[in-house]
Design a protein around this ligand. Sequence first.
Ligand SMILES: [Zn+2]
Length: 143
Amino acid sequence: MTLHPPLPVADDISRPYWAGIQDRKLLVQRCSQCERLQFPPDAACQACSSEDIVFEEMSGRGKVFSFSETVSGARHPYFQSISPYLVGMIELDEQEGLIFPSNFPGSTYADLEIGAPVELEFQEVADGVLIPQFALSMPKAGR
Ligand SMILES: [Zn+2]
């Protein structure tokens, strides 16, 4: 058996988001009333409670918001197998406070710094199952 991280389980609210990911598109909900973007998907706008929300494709560009390296304490066998690993959050360019998790594929801890530009890519975590990740757009020396 190949180890893999816990796989996404879509529900009625998140189904369009996960379908977009499988099509290599990052779809985020935008409120038609107040125009705010929100993630994760919800049944109503988290700012104004309107239920008039639609999914919209994002550019996939953002910046490192926070980062850390997990060196111990992973309980899931997959995460034990890849320890130490990077984990953190990125902020999409489309809106302040629009935050996504990432493992910064291809980077080391020393490569990361707050505000460094990142770009969306997709990681196949199991047969045909994609998740979004955000990788540094350029090496540290080029920033
Ligand atoms: Zn709203």
